[in-house]
Ligand binder design. Structure first.
Ligand SMILES: [Zn+2]
Length: 377
């Protein structure tokens, strides 16, 4: 269960506390229904980045709602927005975020699926959205907006510095994209090339990469420490990253576990070559129909690598249960006169904060989030 009402109310008072001036923050937000993941990063004293997005029950991007909750005006503070890939559980509301953040730089993978590419080209030419399909309408909205603003996106490729900003004093926040790989980009060019030269009957069928295979994994470097944000990148992508001699050096102390903890995204070499021993691991569970990630085997495997693992949900909360819980919470708040109307739509939150020159991470969980050891698939 998501906790009794007093517990939830206790969380609210704490979640509202903003970071101190020299505190770095990375917060993973996960939908209570298991379909939505978003990361909020503090990248400067008054500057924030958002990686992926989903909407709350009022159709507001949860990342923006979270920033408001800690007293940050999202419109004036979001300077970098990333779409790791164009799957629905990662992108809903990205266009809203960009729309309200005119100065924000947008970043997405340089490689696309054929449908994504066609949608992108249509949006840049000012055509209305026509193709139905996962993630495509959000992609169309984002690129229409960029087109109107005359702005180009930062295109993610291996080992590309996509963001750099002074955090405070001598500390810089640098963000590198690690993927999609050159091999995936070449495949993208081949698929589009064949589409253009239709008269040449292809010798061999060539299909677009799966969006997860071209997802953008990110390396975030704050000088004293680093983070690895794994998106939904699967095994083949990680093998390419590990083989790259040019990737940023160092060992990350935090990993956002790729692809909701699934086995097909697990590459042991990542733990040996890119992470400190027993790093802090965070993940957002995923649920669609009967499919649930992580499975109990996944949980066991991850806990075998690090005991310091957290999930945005201790279990998947089904839709009917959310509705019931929302009713109870709303009623409790009304009775106690608290004016936080959107509490019921709060997602699971795993928040990690650390003073720039101190070694300890402060780990907090809110809502339905908790330790992975307590997670039940
Ligand atoms: Zn996903």
């Amino acid at each position: 269960m998501g906790g009794s009402s007093p517990e939830i109310m206790g969380n609210v008072s704490r979640i509202e506390s903003p970071p101190t001036a020299r505190e770095f923050e990375v917060t993973l937000l996960g939908s209570r229904s298991g379909y939505g993941e978003s990361i909020v990063l503090r990248v400067g004293e008054k500057s924030w980045a958002v990686v992926d997005s989903f909407l709350d029950t009022n159709r507001v991007p949860v990342a923006m709602r979270y920033l408001e909750t800690i007293g940050v005006d999202p419109a004036g503070s979001i300077s970098f927005v990333v779409a790791t890939h164009w799957h629905d559980d990662h992108i809903r509301g990205l266009a809203n975020i960009l729309e309200s953040s005119p100065e924000a730089q947008f970043c997405c993978a340089a490689a696309l699926t054929k449908k994504e590419f066609m949608t992108l080209v249509g949006a840049l030419e000012g055509n209305p959205f026509s193709t139905a399909g996962s993630g495509l309408s959000e992609l169309h909205k984002v690129f229409s907006l960029l087109g109107e603003r005359g702005k180009s996106p930062s295109l993610a490729l291996p080992n590309r510095l996509v963001f750099r900003q002074n955090f405070c004093n001598q500390n810089f926040c640098k963000i590198w994209s690690l993927s999609p790989s050159d091999a995936e980009f070449k495949r993208f060019l081949q698929v589009i090339g064949r589409e253009i030269r239709r008269e040449d009957a292809p010798k061999k069928r060539l299909v677009s990469s799966d969006p997860n295979e071209i997802a953008v994994a990110l390396w975030v470097d704050i000088g004293e420490f680093a983070l690895l944000l794994g998106a939904d990148l699967e095994k083949r992508g990680w093998t390419e990253i590990l083989q790259s001699k040019e990737r940023p050096s160092g060992l990350a102390s935090i990993i956002k576990i790729p692809h909701h903890g699934s086995k097909n995204a697990d590459e042991p070499g990542v733990w040996h070559c890119m992470l400190q021993p027993k790093p802090i691991a965070v993940l957002a569970p995923w649920c669609r129909g009967r499919g649930v990630l992580p499975t109990s085997e996944d949980v066991k495997r991850i806990l075998g690598r690090t005991p310091s693992a957290y999930a945005t949900a201790s279990h998947i909360v089904r839709k009917r249960q959310i509705h019931q819980e929302n009713k109870i919470v709303t009623q409790t708040l009304r009775e106690s006169g608290i004016a936080f109307r959107d509490l019921a739509s709060l997602p699971g939150v795993v928040r990690l904060r650390r003073e720039l020159d101190q070694g300890e991470w402060n780990i907090e969980t809110f809502g339905n989030a908790g330790r992975l050891v307590d997670y039940a698939a």
